[in-house]
Design a protein around this ligand. Sequence first.
Ligand code: ADP
Length: 214
Amino acid sequence: MRIALFGAPGVGKGSQATFLSQNQGLEHISTGVILRSALRSGSDVGIEAKKYMDDSQLVPGHIVRVLAEEAITRNHYDHFVLDGYPRTIEQAEWLSEFLSEHEAMLQCVVNLVVSNEIIVGRLSQRRVHIETGENFHLEYKPPPSGIDPELIIQRKDDLPESIFRRLEVYQKQTHPLVDYYKDKNLMVEVDGVGTFEDVHARILSTIYNFAASE
Ligand code: ADP
């Protein structure tokens, strides 16, 4: 199965992609997680990306493209869930070209829909495990007590002033992909409000119904 999770920052793409990878055996490919790991390792890519990420802007597409294509290649072009890629029409075109060269077109793009009000609440309470990339929520999914607290951080881009900038960037640069994928009959909408389990169940039934109707 080859799917992409789509939606504004904070809709739960990362948590749901983690669930899908654990329950459905799909590889979770998150450009955000890959970029943050490059940033921590101090690689050239990480140093370049940091400037944009700290400013809540999109990292230049050519950088993200290479990272996403490498990860898909490592996974033999199948059994993956993309999270955070593509994020612009240009990236979607690159992805489509790349996957079609390997006869492995995307089968479904799941658009997780959550209101901005809920998103702001979620992101300001979000914490992330610095090594695994796993997301927590201070109220609904607090980090387990056994974890070293120093490994649980608040992302710089989850600070209040950054959240609004990221939502603006999403609206301007990423939201146009909704029509792009609707035109290709690849997009399905899923209500992203509810417990992790409820949303997960909705995603599963949506992708299986979608696959069955193809
Ligand atoms: P979120 O979905 O919550 O914004 P991510 O972890 O997906 O978080 O992304 C964090 C940051 O990494 C983004 O704000 C952006 O700077 C960068 N990034 C991730 N994916 C892409 C992409 N496909 N294109 C450009 N920048 C990206």
